[in-house]
Design a protein around this ligand. Structure first.
Ligand code: PRP
Length: 218
């Protein structure tokens, strides 16, 4: 039996995903050691390997088959646009991708003015404005703290993740339009899905079962 390799998005999502794998009997205790500098963790008995990667790299590892399975946010999947199968909504990390800005930007959006849009997700922003809204905008890529952009005058609006809405509120910004809902997803390499169909399908159905049994525990 060969190893099945799972790429997890570093951070909160990895911890939640590990808990879910534990619940279906796939444990990996050495991964819980927060001090470790190891990059790859193995469950020899069940022949599973886990590694942690930067979220935006997870779809890349899966598309190329370096990982058979990935756990990653829908935001990253939409932004990266990789060729892979999205097989399960893990219903965790739920939030929304939104167009946000000061109230004054509402009119500019409404009248399809040529505005500047700052985002960590330029592809999502482009798809939303060009393909869904048919509005020409200038998109500016940022790497974080995107809420700054409308405050300091870099852009009229941002396209960003809203979870509790606290960051927006504390900075005098609001949700102006909703782009799409987001949550964590399980993705599978297209060849792995065929070659390791039995084990991967079993894993999907086990995870689906625990999600059904305890939908709010995740
Ligand atoms: C994300 C997102 C918002 C914030 C939303 O940022 O980009 O800034 O969380 O959460 P809230 O609605 O609960 O306030 P993250 O913390 O990932 O850091 P970043 O700004 O560097 O992207």
């Amino acid at each position: 039996m060969r190893y099945i390799t799972i790429a997890l998005s570093k951070g909160r999502l990895a911890k939640k995903a590990l808990k879910m794998f534990e619940q279906v009997g796939i444990t990996c205790d050495e991964m819980k050691d927060e001090q470790t500098r190891k990059l790859i963790f193995v469950n020899e008995e069940l022949k599973f390997k886990f590694f942690l990667a930067k979220p935006s790299d997870v779809p890349t590892y899966v598309e190329y088959g370096a990982a058979d399975i990935g756990i990653v946010g829908k935001d990253t999947l939409l932004e990266e646009g990789r060729k892979l199968y999205e097989v399960l909504d893990l219903k965790t990390g739920s939030c929304r991708m939104c167009v946000c800005g000061p109230d004054a930007a509402r009119e500019k959006l409404k009248h399809h003015e040529l505005i500047r849009v700052a985002s960590k997700y330029p592809n999502i922003a482009k798809d939303y404005f060009y393909n869904k809204k048919h509005q020409t905008v200038e998109i500016i890529k940022l790497n974080g703290s995107v809420e700054l952009a409308p405050i300091v005058g870099l852009a009229e609006v941002i396209v960003d993740i809203v979870e509790t809405g606290a960051t927006l509120r504390e900075n005098g910004l609001e949700v102006l339009e909703e782009v799409c809902p987001l949550s964590a997803r399980m993705v599978v390499n297209q060849v792995s899905m065929k070659m390791e169909n039995e084990r991967i399908s079993q894993l999907i159905s086990d995870l689906r079962r625990i999600l059904k049994e305890q939908p709010d525990k995740m």
